[in-house]
Design a protein around this ligand. Structure first.
Ligand code: SF4
Length: 254
C-alpha cells in the first residue's frame, strides 16, 4: 500500500506542525520568501571532522574487495567478540549505487534474526522518515551499521568492537561513493567520526567526512529507536531530514 505524504507525516507524528511543500528551486531558494517549513540550508561551509585513527584492517586487502567479497568476508568475520552471540551478520541493505548513505549503530534482536538493518518498529519509522523525503530503502539509499553483529542485550558497541568493524564500513563508503551521509544517533557519530560529543552540538550543521582527497557532506540526526521513546524530538528529526534533502538537491544541481 502506498501511503500519501500526509499519512507519512501522521505516521511520524509530525502533523499538523510539519506540512511538506515541494522543494524550492534554486531560484526560489534565493528569493526573499523561502517556504517557511523548510530549514534554511547554508551553502556548504563544512565543519571538517577528524577521521578516526586507522586500525589494522580485518582482511589485508579489505580495501580492494568488491561488494560480494566484502559481504562474504563480513559473514565469516570473527575479528571481535560480537561474533560469539550473533545469529547472523547484518552487513547492510539497499542500492549499491545510491547517493544516500544512512548509518546506524548496530543490529538489534530482529535485525540479527533477519540479517537486515532497521527492521521492527525502528525500521518502520526509518522507512516513514525516508518516505517523507521521497526515498525508499530499495532505491538510491544504502543503509548500514557501525558494527555488523548484534551487541548482547542491544548494548552500545564498545570502542574496540567499533574499531574492529570500521574497515568494513570504510570499504562500504568507498564502494558506494555516496553524495551524502546521514548518521543516525550518537553511537554512529562516535563510530564514524570518532567524536564523543552530544548530538545537539552536531545537529543543524553540514559536516564533512574526509574521504581521500575529497570530503563527503554529512548530516547528523536522531536514531529512530530514540525517536520512538522521545516523541517531541521527531520535529527536530524532520528539520534534519529537510536539511538533508535540501543539501542533496544542492549537490545534484552542482
Ligand atoms: S562486529 Fe564486525 S568486526 Fe566484530 S565480528 Fe562482527 S563483522 Fe567482525
Amino acid at each position: 500500500m502506498t501511503l500519501s505524504r500526509q499519512e507519512i507525516l501522521d505516521e511520524m507524528g509530525l502533523s499538523p506542525q510539519w506540512v511538506w511543500r515541494e522543494q524550492p528551486t534554486v531560484a526560489r531558494q534565493s528569493s526573499s520568501t523561502p517556504p517557511p517549513e523548510t530549514p534554511q540550508t547554508p551553502a556548504i561551509a563544512p565543519v571538517v571532522v577528524p577521521q578516526p585513527a586507522p586500525v589494522a584492517p580485518v582482511l589485508a586487502n579489505v580495501e580492494q574487495v568488491g561488494w560480494e567479497e566484502l559481504r562474504q568476508t563480513i559473514r565469516e568475520c570473527r575479528a571481535c567478540g560480537l561474533c560469539a552471540g550473533r545469529k547472523q551478520v547484518v552487513p547492510g541493505v539497499g542500492d549499491e549505487n545510491a547517493d544516500w548513505l544512512f548509518i546506524g549503530e548496530g543490529p538489534g534482536a530482529e535485525e540479527d534474526a533477519r540479517g537486515e538493518p532497521f527492521v521492527g518498529q525502528a525500521g518502520k519509522l526509518l522507512d516513514a522518515m525516508l518516505a517523507a523525503i521521497d526515498l525508499q530503502r530499495s532505491a538510491d539509499v544504502y543503509i548500514a551499521n557501525a558494527v555488523k553483529c548484534r551487541p548482547p542485550g542491544n548494548r552500545t558497541p564498545e570502542a574496540g568492537e567499533v574499531a574492529a568493524c570500521r574497515p568494513y564500513l570504510q570499504r562500504q563508503i568507498e564502494l558506494l561513493q555516496p553524495k551524502l551521509i546521514v548518521l543516525l544517533g550518537r553511537a554512529a557519530v562516535q563510530a564514524v567520526l570518532g567524536l564523543d560529543v552530544s548530538l545537539a552540538s552536531l545537529r543543524g550543521k553540514t559536516l564533512a567526512y574526509p574521504h581521500g582527497a575529497e570530503e563527503i557532506p554529512l548530516i547528523v540526526t536522531y536514531h529512530p529507536a530514540y525517536l520512538l521513546r522521545n516523541l517531541p524530538d521527531k520535529a527536530k528529526a524532520w528539520e534534519d531530514l529537510c536539511r538533508a534533502r535540501a543539501e542533496m538537491l544542492r549537490l545534484r544541481q552542482g
